[in-house]
Write a protein of this length. Structure first.
Length: 293
């Protein structure tokens, strides 16, 4: 009986070791699999962004038109081939004379969970953490938010700095298409001359998460000396809807080759709206190409 128990114990140990090794091997294999393994391998380029790896998706132009490269930068937290408008434009623009170069955006900022200890609660009369009832609760200190923003900006700058080499096979103009918080970051970085200026800038539902940053965005956009197509859909983030009117008001007037704002009646969740965006972008690009060949 003791021999049978010993054998069973050894069998269990061997099974556990095999299971552990198999699980470890599976995890290591999973880490090596690209997020874009469904795409042709020559379409996915791995780059080093600081100490981490990132991926860039490149699609060549299709047909006789060869206008240049459209650099695509989605909102934070999305990927370079996010389903919906991003994936649609990335593929369809190649039929209109634009190669597409899509970079992976930085991670989005997660809302922190707070647990306030009793000793940190302000006592009556101390006047600490006084906040108006109509103001949202502050989620980050100014210092923490500044650190987050600097990391996001550094990621974008380091990624964009590698696009000259990747875009060499596609000479011509450079059109930068960016959405939501990605558009807000892009506008801010361009205003600080931290990104090379594209020939055409397309912003879709642009906004910044912090109230102060978002309120400053229209002025920064208006001061960019770049032809800008500003697309706003009705289902855009509330922060982008809040600034849509002032973005138009601050823009250069009677300057069709400098700024154009297009208000869409459709939601960007609809494929019809994606096609409308494509038509707006193609039309604006043709106008700018004729004005500045």
């Amino acid at each position: 009986m003791s021999l049978i128990r010993l054998f069973s114990f050894r069998f269990m140990l061997i099974s556990l070791v095999i299971s552990t090794v198999s699980s470890t091997a599976w995890a290591e294999t999973a880490e090596k699999v690209s997020l874009y393994d469904y795409l042709p391998s020559d379409e996915v380029i791995s780059i080093d962004v600081g100490e981490q790896k990132s991926e860039v998706l490149i699609r060549s132009w299709i047909g006789k038109k060869k206008l240049g490269a459209a650099i695509m930068f989605a909102s934070t937290g999305m990927d370079a081939d996010s389903a919906g408008l991003q994936a649609f434009l990335r593929r369809e623009l190649t039929h209109t004379g634009w190669a597409t170069i899509s970079i992976t955006p930085p991670n989005s900022v997660m809302t922190p969970n707070f647990a306030t200890s009793p000793e940190e609660v302000a006592k009556a009369g101390e006047g600490k953490n006084i906040q108006k009832s109509n103001e949202p609760t502050q989620q980050f200190t100014d210092e923490n938010w500044q650190n987050i923003r600097e990391k996001q900006e550094l990621f974008v700058v380091n990624s964009m700095n590698q696009l000259d080499a990747l875009g060499k096979p596609y000479p011509g103009k450079r059109m930068l298409i960016t959405t939501a918080q990605g558009a807000g970051l892009t506008i801010s970085l361009l205003s600080k001359n931290q990104l090379p200026k594209p020939d055409i800038l397309v912003v879709i539902n642009p906004f910044m998460r912090q109230i102060g940053e978002n309120q400053a965005l229209p002025k920064l956009l208006a001061e960019l000396e770049i032809p800008v197509l500003d697309i706003q859909s009705r289902d855009g983030h509330r922060a982008s809807l809040d600034t849509v009117k002032i973005r138009r008001e601050l823009s250069p007037h009677n300057s069709p080759y400098r700024y154009s704002q297009q208000l869409m009646s459709l939601n960007l969740t609809q494929e019809t709206a994606w096609k409308t965006c494509l038509e707006l972008i193609e039309g604006f690009a043709q106008r700018i190409n004729k004005a500045y060949p």
